[in-house]
Design a protein. Structure first.
Length: 259
């Protein structure tokens, strides 16, 4: 939907300005000006849904549709990503699920959103909530902020996150604890505590390997970037329920980094 609004606005502005505001020789100028106009229209279309997002439940199909629509728009029309997904059949369509992936770019959550065929939420750092529009959207997605300055707030968020996963909504977690070493595609660190949500919610774990996002900062938006996403086979809770979070972290580290 959001991509359609952008494309229609882009074409409409370019054509109308050419027909009514000047000679055909100015057509390249209208194309340049059409881009920010189309982006603004797409943003307004997305913002207009905030009152609805606020009132419906966090796993409502409309909320999932709009969020995924926004992710596809940002991935392909703004950042110009060319994403290839491998192993989509490994994503469970229902049940308790936590998704764990390497994290090298701010585009990673949007890539995860495009990948998922079911509602999903995140555990962003508290600073993201200071961004007005994004903060509200995350709140309406029932995301759970990680407050590294307060163990009490983090513990409270953990309790809520566990309940959400138990209720059947998938949750994406980047266990590196932030973007680490942006020029190294593989994981360079792992926080064992990131797996407490999975163990306490008794959920299955889905390892995801994202390759190519280290190039986005050097290429977007003027050049396209090829991204490869590999969804590895799901790891059942039954197979890890006797393991410590440190052992789980080591196992996931090896799986996601395996070439």
């Amino acid at each position: 939907m959001i991509s359609a609004v952008f494309i229609v606005s882009f074409l409409a502005f370019s054509i109308l300005m050419t027909l009514f505001a000047g000679p055909w020789t100015l057509f390249p100028l209208w194309l340049v000006l059409a881009y920010p106009i189309a982006f603004l229209m797409a943003f307004l279309a997305l913002a207009s849904t905030l009152p609805i997002m606020k009132r419906i439940r966090h796993d409502h199909p409309f909320k999932y549709y709009m969020t995924k629509s926004a992710a596809v728009f940002l991935n392909h029309l703004i950042m110009r990503l060319k994403i290839t997904f491998h192993g989509l059949e490994n994503i469970p369509e229902s049940g308790r699920l936590t998704v764990y992936a390497n994290h090298k770019s701010y585009a990673d959550p949007f890539i995860i959103l495009e990948m998922m065929p079911r509602p999903i939420t995140f555990t962003p750092k508290m600073g993201v909530y200071k961004l007005f529009f994004i903060g509200k959207w995350l709140k309406y997605l029932n995301a759970f902020p990680i407050d590294r300055t307060s163990d009490r707030n983090t513990a409270r968020a953990m309790v809520d996150a566990i309940k959400t996963v138990k209720d059947g909504m998938a949750m994406a977690i980047f266990p590196e604890g932030g973007i680490k070493d942006r020029d190294e595609e593989l994981m360079v660190a792992m926080r064992a505590g990131a797996y407490k949500v999975a163990t306490k919610a008794q959920s299955d774990l889905l390892p995801v390997r994202i390759k190519g996002t280290t190039e986005i900062k050097r290429r977007a938006p003027f050049r396209s970037t090829k991204i490869s996403v590999t969804i590895l086979p799901v790891i059942s809770y039954e197979s890890i329920k006797g393991m410590s979070t440190s052992d789980i972290a080591e196992m996931m580290f090896e799986q996601i980094n395996r070439v």
